[in-house]
Write a protein that binds this ligand. Structure first.
Ligand code: SAM
Length: 298
């Protein structure tokens, strides 16, 4: 059951019709998706393995290394050697967007501020071919272990893991590019079959997330080099965790929005956002609900 207060929030934000679509999006079983880990493999080899195993797939408009699986569930993919060897990484399509939008470049100091289990850290490492200095921060000890495991498995050798609260990173550090994939309520990815949803998805969870998102984004801007860009993302579709956080930082800091614009953006299922140039993805059978904003420090 979706908590009543969330339905009211969605209707207030998106109107009745779009909210219904969002709720439909929560209800469908999402297709299995993954990306090829180009540090260890390539899409031709992966396509060959899928074909040999009778696995039907579709390509993804914005990412040539990503696949949507049409006829099997995750357990079947996990049995493949290409999964066991770290040649592919199971990841939702929406969650592949922030690194693509960050467009990480070689030879730079890149910070991933909330990194575990490492889907985006390993994607960034692959996008730069291990040729950057990536710092991945994670404050939860168990999740930091999972992050290290995934980095090793994916062959992401250019990553240094910092096990600490990213809000306390020393201002002495500075970075050329930052990804803040912030902790959030998860309102874009709700599993409505979860019988405990009403107990776990609460107003307090949103409040706690907002507090932490605000502090993390402030820290990110402090340690981002002037003239450099960062990406803020959440798997929430609520304005208070997204646009409101961004509006706040635009008011208090010398930063500007960098328009998110790429050729295939029109093919994504989208929700309206109140800040032009930011992106909110609507949950459906292929995509999770997700928000992404790109900022430049002036
Ligand atoms: N970016 C990850 C990926 O793509 O695999 C997912 C990140 S998840 C949305 C947020 C992570 O941030 C969680 O692992 C959580 O433990 C961690 N976290 C929350 N608050 C943090 C903080 N203040 N400092 C560092 N990590 C934090």
């Amino acid at each position: 059951m979706i908590p009543k207060f969330l339905i009211e929030k969605l209707e207030g934000q998106y109107g009745e019709e779009l909210s219904k679509k969002v709720i439909e999006g929560y209800s469908v079983e999402r297709k299995v998706t993954f990306r090829v880990n180009t540090l260890k493999s390539n899409k031709d080899k992966v396509e060959k393995v899928l074909n040999e195993n009778g696995i039907v797939y579709k390509k993804v408009p914005f990412y040539e290394d990503a696949f949507i699986i049409e006829n099997v569930r995750e357990n079947k993919i996990r049995e493949l050697d290409i999964y066991k060897n770290g040649e592919i990484y199971l990841q939702s399509l929406s969650s592949m967007l922030p690194p693509i939008i960050l467009k990480p470049k070689e030879d730079l100091d890149i910070l991933d501020m909330a990194a575990a289990p490492g889907g985006k850290t390993t994607q960034i490492a692959a996008l730069v071919g291990n040729k950057a200095r990536i710092t991945a921060v994670e404050m939860n000890k168990i999740r930091a272990e999972k992050l290290k495991y995934n980095l090793e498995k994916q062959g992401a050798t250019c990553v240094y893991v910092m096990e600490q609260d990213a809000r306390r990173i020393d201002d002495f550090f500075s970075f050329d590019e930052i990804l803040l994939d912030a902790p959030c309520s998860g309102s874009g990815t709700l599993n409505i079959k979860d019988s405990k949803l009403e107990k776990t998805f609460t107003k307090e969870l949103i409040k706690k997330s907002v507090k932490s998102q605000t502090a993390l984004l402030r820290k990110a801007i402090n340690i981002l080099k002037k003239g450099s860009e960062m990406v803020y993302s959440t798997c929430s579709i609520l304005q208070e965790e997204n646009e409101n956080i961004i509006e706040n930082i635009l008011k208090t800091n010398k930063v500007e929005i960098v328009d998110i614009d790429f050729k295939e953006i029109s093919e994504l299922p989208k929700l309206p956002t109140k800040i032009e140039g930011t992106l909110c993805v609507m949950p459906n059978e292929e995509y999770e609900g997700f928000f992404v904003a790109k900022l430049k420090k002036l």
